[in-house]
Ligand binder design. Structure first.
Ligand code: FAD
Length: 355
């Protein structure tokens, strides 16, 4: 379909002897070596695709600021303005994420696989979205080979598939997060069994839950880390993290180890994680821009605030889906719909005209 400069071929290894001196990382550790290589590929995608999006946005705005339809330049119409604003915000978030992941690595952290996976998922979907919308802004011209965006679109499609499909990476993100929460939950279960000697742990949890129940949340612990103009957005991250923690805890209590098979739920947990990370990245970058008084700081502030408001809405929606009985029933029904289609190996319904 695309990336035609890169030669893609299948390589088979059947009964292939490997000389001992060629074994990397010890026998049986090949998967770890392969994963480490994929990790390295993933973090670069955010940076590369930020560049792609910058070019696409430039092409789309060049057209939008010149094309006149129904008596006005098309950039004066709300439908086009929303597209250009969303393309810019998602680009800003991707670029901020790429800087954050690189910064984490430059500061010497080895354990950046979760951030690299999030950034790969986010950047590959953001670039697809931006290019699709860019083509839409260009109208019929966008579909033409000569404008160059059709090639970008074909080349981009693979980014959601290779280096680990985004679907598998979403499971990886959710399950890695849950592993941490699971450890924390074990502490709590231990405390419940021996309430006297573990009273501190219990009290902490009870007061956290009580505050959560009253809607107070854990407080805005990021307030002093961001620029004063962004304190409300930082509060949304803190509330989101608290709600997320509560939701994971409830899921673990309900499903135990069986959570690894609950993919309808896991992919939504991953989306919440991705949203929380994207909010943190834009808040960090925008605070720096505001503190340094950059020329673009006000524009960045507008993007950051809208991004955080909308991400917070998505977080609420996704977390609600994990417990809403109608949604949970829908997930079960969808599994059955899929079974029906797979049984017939085609859509189940016939032609309504009976022909
Ligand atoms: C152009 C190109 C370049 C490539 N370059 C490289 C390279 O340099 N090195 C390399 O090693 N590989 C490379 N690949 C391979 C690529 O990484 C794989 O194609 C990709 O990881 C998906 O694996 P698969 O094709 O086996 O799909 P499958 O694993 O068969 O997946 C098919 C679908 O099922 C889903 N799925 C699979 N398992 C599960 C599960 N347990 N739960 C839920 N959903 C599941 C997947 O998400 C996907 O949607 C390349 C592929 C292409 C097309």
């Amino acid at each position: 379909m695309g990336i035609k400069c890169s030669n893609t071929a299948e390589v088979y290894f059947e009964n292939t002897p490997i000389p001992l001196e060629n074994v990397i990382g010890g026998i049986g550790n090949g998967f770890k070596v392969a994963m480490a290589i994929l990790n390295n590929g993933r973090f670069g995608m955010g940076a590369a695709l930020s560049g792609t999006m910058r070019t696409v946005i430039t092409k789309a705005t060049e057209h939008a600021t010149q094309r006149v339809q129904f008596g006005s330049r098309i950039d004066s119409y709300g439908a086009i303005q929303e597209k250009l604003a969303r393309m810019s915000m998602i680009h800003y978030a991707t670029e901020s994420m790429a800087y954050m992941v690189s910064g984490t690595m430059d500061r010497g952290y080895d354990d950046y696989q979760l951030e690299a996976a999030i950034s790969k998922i986010f950047a590959s979907e953001a670039a697809w979205y931006v290019t699709d919308e860019g083509i839409q802004v260009l109208g019929g011209n966008g579909y033409m080979k000569s404008l160059g965006l059709e090639k970008v679109m074909r080349d981009l499609r693979i980014f959601r598939i290779f280096e680990g499909t985004n679907d598998i990476l979403r499971l990886f993100v959710a399950l890695t997060g849950i592993q941490y929460a699971g450890g924390h939950l074990k502490e709590l279960q231990k405390a419940v069994k021996d309430p006297i000697s573990n009273f501190g742990v219990l009290l902490d949890q009870v007061s956290k839950r009580a505050k959560g129940g009253l809607g107070i949340g854990p407080g805005n612990s990021l307030a002093d880390k961001v620029h004063a103009n962004l304190v409300d957005s930082a509060g949304q991250v803190c509330t989101g993290v608290d709600m997320f923690g509560g939701a994971v805890e409830k899921l673990l209590i309900k499903h135990g180890k069986g959570i690894i098979n609950e993919q309808f739920l896991l992919s939504r947990l991953a989306d919440v994680t991705i949203d929380l990370y994207s909010m943190t990245c834009v808040l960090s970058r925008c605070s720096k821009s505001l503190n340094e008084g950059l020329e673009s700081a006000h524009h960045e502030e507008m993007m950051t605030k809208v991004w955080c408001n909308e991400a917070f809405e998505r977080i609420n929606r996704n977390l609600n889906m994990l417990k809403n009985p109608t949604n949970l029933e829908n997930f079960k029904i969808m599994a059955k719909i899929s079974e029906g289609v797979c049984e017939r190996v085609s859509p189940v319904q016939g032609n309504p005209l009976g022909v």
